[in-house]
Design a protein around this ligand. Structure first.
Ligand code: C2E
Ligand code: CA
Ligand code: CA
Length: 515
C-alpha cells in the first residue's frame, strides 16, 4: 500500500515536474519568439534609419552645393554693386569723378574741415560749347571734352581733385591752401592750357573758359551751398564777357536774381512794345555830309527807364531772345530807311547790328530776304554789321552766309575791327564791304603813337582790300583831322551826333542836307 502511495506520489511529482518543465519551455519559447519578432522589428527600423541617414546625407550634400552657388552669386552681386557704384560716381566720357562723387567728397571734407584750413575751388565752364556741338556734331563735342580733360590734368597737382560736374563744366578742388591769394597762380595755369588751339575735324579751334572761383569755408559751409555760390561766380565770369574768371562775393546772388528777373521781363518786351531804335549818323569825313545811320536798340523798361544794349543784349544772347529781337530791329530799321527814302533821302545807308547768335540762326537769310521785300527798301542801302569774333567762329559758314545775303544787294561791315584776333589772311577771305575801326583805338589816338600807326595800317590795309573804312567813336576835331589825313572814308561819333530817336535823326538829316 505504502509502495503504491509512494509510486503515486512519485508519479504525481514527475507529472508535476514535467508540467513545470513544459511550462518553462513554453515561456522560453514565447520569449524567443518575442525576441525574434523584436529583432526583426529592430532590423527593419535600422534599415529605415539607414535609408533616412542616406537621405539626410544627400540633403546635406545638396545644401553644401547650394551654399557654394550662393557664395558665388554673392560675390557676383558684390562685384555688380561695385561696378554700379563706380558707374554712379564716374563720368562715362572722361572717366573723371562726376557731380555725385564731387558733392559727396566735398561734403565729407566739410565735415572734418579745421577752422584754419582753406580749400580753393574752380568751376570751369567752356564758353560757347553748344556752338561746337551744333556746328561740328556731338562726337567732336565729346572729343573736345576729352582733350580739355587731358589739358586740365596737366595744369593740376597730384593732390588736386578734378571732376566733370556737367556737360561742359569741370571743377578743380585744392585742399590746404596757404592763403586765398596763392590760388591765383593755379587759376592762371588752368587758363593757360587754353592758349593753344584744339584740333577738331582737322581744323583748329580756339576754346575759352569762364571760371568761377570760391573758397571754403568762407564761401559756404555745405557742399550744396559752395556749389551754388561757385555757380554764381562762374555765371558772373560769363556775364563779364566770358574767357575770364570771377571770385564769389555774397552780393553776386542778388545780382543774379535781378538778372533772372530782367531776363523774364525781356521776354515780354517785344509784345509790350518796349523797344525803340535810336539812330546814329555816319558822316563822310571829307564832305561832312551824312552817309547813313546805324540803328541802335534801346529798351524802354517800365520801371528802370531807358536801358542801353550793354544792359540787356548779353541776356538776349544767352536766352536766344536775340533772334526775335534782332528781327524786330531789322524790320523797324528797314521801315525807317524806307520812310527816309520816300522823303527823298535815297542815298543814305542803314547799318543794323547782327549778334553772333543771330548770324548763326538758320533762318537768317530767309528773314533778311522777307524783310527787304516787306519793307520795300533798296537792299543796296542796307549794311549788316557783324563783329570780327562772330565772323571768325566758323569762317567757312560766315563766308557762305555773307555771300548768300550779298546776292540780294545787301552789304556787310566788319564791326569793332581790331579788338578780335583776326589775322590778315582771314580778313582777305571775308567778303565784307566795310571795316569799322573800333572806338578803343580812337580813344587814345592823340596820345598814343602806336595807336596812330595801327589805325594808319588798318586804313591802308582796307584800301588794298578795296574796303570802305569807318572810324567809330570820333569825339574830337583832332581825331577827325588825323583820320582825314590818314585817308579814312567815314566817321561816326559824338562829334557829329549821339544816337538819337528817329525824329531828331530826321531833323539832323534835314539840317545837314544830303539831298
Ligand atoms: P557798336 O555796334 O559798336 O555801336 C556803337 C556804340 O558806340 C553805340 O553804343 C554808340 O552809342 C557808341 N558810340 C558811338 N559813338 C561814340 C562816341 O563818340 N563816344 C562814345 N563814348 N560812344 C560812342 P550803344 O548804342 O550803347 O551800343 C553798344 C553796342 O550794343 C553796339 O556797339 C552793338 O554792338 C550793340 N547793339 C546795339 N544795338 C544792337 C542791336 O540792335 N542788335 C545787336 N545785336 N546789337 C546791338
Ligand atoms: Ca555796330
Ligand atoms: Ca562797333
Amino acid at each position: 500500500m505504502d509502495t503504491f502511495i509512494m509510486d503515486q506520489t512519485a508519479r504525481l511529482m514527475i507529472l508535476f515536474l514535467a508540467v513545470f518543465i513544459l511550462f518553462v519551455l513554453i515561456i522560453v519559447f514565447i520569449r524567443i519568439i518575442r525576441l525574434r519578432q523584436k529583432l526583426a522589428r529592430t532590423n527593419k527600423e535600422k534599415e529605415i534609419l539607414n535609408a533616412k541617414c542616406l537621405e539626410m546625407e544627400s540633403m546635406y550634400n545638396e545644401t553644401l552645393t547650394s551654399l557654394g552657388e550662393l557664395n558665388i552669386r554673392y560675390d557676383e552681386l558684390n562685384k555688380h554693386k561695385e561696378s554700379m557704384k563706380k558707374l554712379a560716381y564716374t563720368d562715362y566720357l572722361t572717366e573723371l569723378p562726376n557731380r555725385t562723387a564731387f558733392t559727396e567728397m566735398l561734403d565729407s571734407i566739410m565735415l572734418t574741415l579745421r577752422s584754419d584750413e582753406i580749400i580753393g575751388i574752380m568751376d570751369i565752364d567752356i564758353d560757347n560749347f553748344k556752338n561746337i556741338n551744333d556746328t561740328l556734331g556731338h562726337s567732336y563735342g565729346d572729343e573736345l571734352l576729352i582733350d580739355v580733360t587731358h589739358r586740365l590734368k596737366q595744369a593740376i597737382n597730384e593732390n588736386d581733385y578734378l571732376a566733370r560736374i556737367g556737360g561742359d563744366e569741370f571743377v578743380i578742388l585744392t585742399q590746404n591752401l596757404d592763403d586765398t591769394a596763392s590760388y591765383e597762380v593755379k587759376i592762371k595755369k588752368v587758363r593757360n592750357v587754353f592758349n593753344f588751339p584744339f584740333v577738331l575735324s582737322t581744323k583748329e579751334y580756339f576754346v575759352t573758359v569762364s571760371i568761377g572761383v570760391g573758397f571754403a569755408p568762407k564761401d559756404g559751409k555745405t557742399a550744396q551751398q559752395i556749389i551754388k555760390n561757385m555757380d554764381s561766380a562762374m555765371y558772373m565770369a560769363k556775364a563779364n564777357g566770358k574767357n575770364t574768371y570771377a571770385y564769389f562775393e555774397p552780393a553776386l546772388n542778388q545780382m543774379i536774381t535781378d538778372k533772372m528777373e530782367l531776363q523774364s521781363e525781356l521776354r515780354k518786351a517785344i509784345d509790350n512794345k518796349e523797344f525803340i531804335l535810336h539812330y546814329q549818323a555816319k558822316v563822310d569825313i571829307n564832305s561832312k555830309k551824312i552817309s547813313g545811320f546805324e540803328a541802335l536798340i534801346r529798351w524802354n523798361h517800365p520801371s528802370k527807364g531807358l536801358l542801353y544794349p550793354n544792359d540787356f543784349i548779353y541776356l538776349a544772347e544767352e536766352s536766344g531772345l536775340i533772334v526775335p529781337i534782332g528781327k524786330w530791329v531789322l524790320k523797324n530799321a528797314c521801315n525807317q530807311l524806307n520812310k527816309w527814302s520816300q522823303l527823298g533821302y535815297t542815298d543814305i545807308t542803314m547799318g543794323v547790328n547782327l549778334s553772333a547768335r543771330q548770324f548763326k540762326d538758320k533762318d537768317l537769310i530767309q528773314t533778311v530776304y522777307e524783310i527787304i521785300n516787306e519793307t520795300g527798301i533798296d537792299a543796296k542801302r542796307l549794311e549788316l554789321e557783324i563783329t570780327e569774333s562772330a565772323a571768325l567762329e566758323d569762317i567757312d559758314y560766315t563766308i557762305e552766309t555773307i555771300k548768300e545775303i550779298q546776292k540780294f544787294g545787301v552789304s556787310f561791315s566788319l564791326d569793332d575791327f581790331g579788338t578780335g584776333y583776326s589775322s590778315m589772311s582771314y580778313l582777305k577771305r571775308l567778303p565784307v564791304n566795310n571795316l569799322k575801326i573800333d572806338k578803343s583805338f580812337l580813344d587814345t589816338i592823340m596820345e598814343d603813337t602806336s595807336d596812330q600807326k595801327i589805325v594808319q595800317a588798318i586804313i591802308s590795309l582796307a584800301e588794298n582790300l578795296n574796303l570802305n573804312v569807318i572810324a567809330e567813336g570820333v569825339e574830337r576835331f583832332e581825331q577827325e583831322k588825323f583820320l582825314q589825313e590818314a585817308n579814312c572814308n567815314e566817321a561816326q561819333g559824338f562829334l557829329y551826333s549821339k544816337p538819337v530817336p528817329k525824329d531828331e535823326a530826321q531833323d539832323f538829316l534835314k539840317n545837314t542836307g544830303t539831298i
